[in-house]
Ligand binder design. Structure first.
Ligand code: UD1
Ligand code: UDP
Length: 386
């Protein structure tokens, strides 16, 4: 039987991590049926945002690296579009798998759909209902260019139905007759799979950093709304310094390069206060296994990341989200994510609540059974075989 040729498209850090769930499931269960071709757009290129994940998560080196690098949205998206079109033309895949909502997702979706190759969107249907976010435009466009759409949550599945996608569509599927599925979240698969490995492989990571369980708070900040707006940037970091000082709480901040660049360039005094504070550890981005350990052992998490707020739930940690809204609305309803925007008062209130109400918090399973990647690949093989 002919193997399916599947392009697996990555570009930014979280996509490399997400793709590892699909690569692993192909290698262990679908090797006879699927030939995986990995394409890295090169959107992220620093070792700590890219290569480290290929090494640690044992993902094969990409078959194609488009090396687009950083740039304004138009240029970056345009370069990916141009270069990935060529790859798709040459590889003639049975389908193109894309993840999430980055410029790499958008460009790959457009390039594939315009050449009439079926797009498979994993993490479809997420909506913030805020179109000023570049990610919202990317994900809406990607969904509407897709043939198979895999939603991680009930809410995402319902969002797709609201936009006219119909679960009752029958094969043959195509961009005009797409199929939507509710499968659970491949990042939940990953957290389950890598949690034990993190304990085994990185035993000394936390002690080498001088960290004690429950005695530190994990912070990540990278979203453009927070790095590019000086008012928000300074409000957030001033509040974090105040909270660390007044509670004598250690904060670990593996910061994305864009945040470091923004602080250095736009708020150098604040950056000095931050790095000079002995309770605050500003560190380079960490590997996924290291991140899992930080999430597992932190007292709470403060972030503007989509992935990190969800992982805080996987590891039963409360999370303050530095945004006005989130796509992962079930976490807010559940009370374990509090949206604090960039508002010092709301951040401090959420902090106080989470610090003193641990026993009230519960972490139900919203994200499937940990086998989302296998479910997705079963559907892909069934649809594109027939
Ligand atoms: C991108 C995604 C965002 C996702 C994030 C994951 C878009 C529009 N945004 O944001 O949805 O949450 O990835 O981390 O696709 N840089 C480096 N080294 C790198 C890569 C980037 O220093 O390897 C710096 C550059 O200064 C660059 C900036 O970070 O201009 C932003 O990078 P970019 O890929 O454009 O967006 P992210 O903020 O990473
Ligand atoms: N992550 C990591 N090291 C870090 C910060 C994040 O491995 O220093 C992982 C994190 O565990 C999650 C993913 O990267 O799986 C989230 O990526 P990011 O926050 O960059 O993007 P988002 O999820 O917001 O798109």
């Amino acid at each position: 039987m002919r193997k399916l040729n599947v392009l697996n498209i990555v570009g930014a850090r979280p996509q490399i991590i997400k793709a590892s769930a699909i690569s692993r499931a192909i290698a262990t269960q679908f090797a006879d049926e699927i030939n995986e071709i990995i394409v890295h757009t090169g959107q992220h290129y620093d070792r700590e945002l890219s290569e480290v994940f290929f090494d640690e998560l044992e993902i094969r080196k990409p078959d194609h690296n488009l090396q687009v690098g950083s740039g304004r949205h138009g240029r970056q998206t345009g370069l990916i579009l141009e270069r990935i079109e060529e790859v798709i033309m040459n590889e003639k895949p049975d389908c193109v798998i894309i993840y999430g909502d980055t410029n790499s997702t958008l460009a790959a979706a457009l390039a594939a759909a315009k050449q009439h190759y079926p797009v498979v969107h994993i993490e479809a249907g997420m909506r913030s209902f805020n179109k000023t976010m570049p990610e919202e435009l990317n994900r809406i466009t990607a969904d509407h260019a897709s043939t198979l759409l895999f939603a991680s949550t009930n809410t995402a599945f319902k969002n797709l139905m609201t936009e006219g996608f119909r679960p009752e569509n029958v094969a043959p599927y195509n961009i005009n007759n797409p199929r939507i599925f509710l499968t659970g979240d491949i990042m939940y698969d990953n957290s389950l799979f890598y949690a034990d490995l993190a304990d085994r492989k990185k035993q000394d990571f936390l002690s080498n950093m001088g960290l004690t369980e429950d005695q530190f708070v994990l912070v990540t900040i990278h979203r453009d709304m927070n790095t590019d707006d000086l008012g928000r940037l300074t409000a957030i970091f001033n509040t974090l310094i105040d909270l660390a000082d007044s509670n004598q709480m250690v904060m670990v901040m593996p910061l994305h390069p864009r945040t470091i660049i923004a602080l250095r360039n736009k708020a150098p005094e604040l950056y000095e206060r931050l790095t000079g504070n002995n309770l605050i550890r500003v560190i380079s981005p960490v590997s996924f296994l290291e991140m899992i350990l930080l999430e597992k052992k932190a007292r709470m998490v403060i972030t503007d990341s989509g992935g990190v707020q969800k992982e805080s739930h996987f590891f039963s940690k409360p999370c303050i989200v530095l945004r006005k809204e989130t796509e992962w609305v079930e976490l807010v309803k559940n009370g374990t994510v509090k949206l604090a925007d960039a508002d010092p008062v709301r951040i401090a209130e959420a902090w106080e609540y989470f610090l003193h109400n641990k026993e009230l918090l519960q972490y139900p399973g919203f994200y499937g059974d940990g086998k989302a990647a296998i479910t997705i690949l079963k559907e892909i093989t069934e649809v594109f075989r027939s």
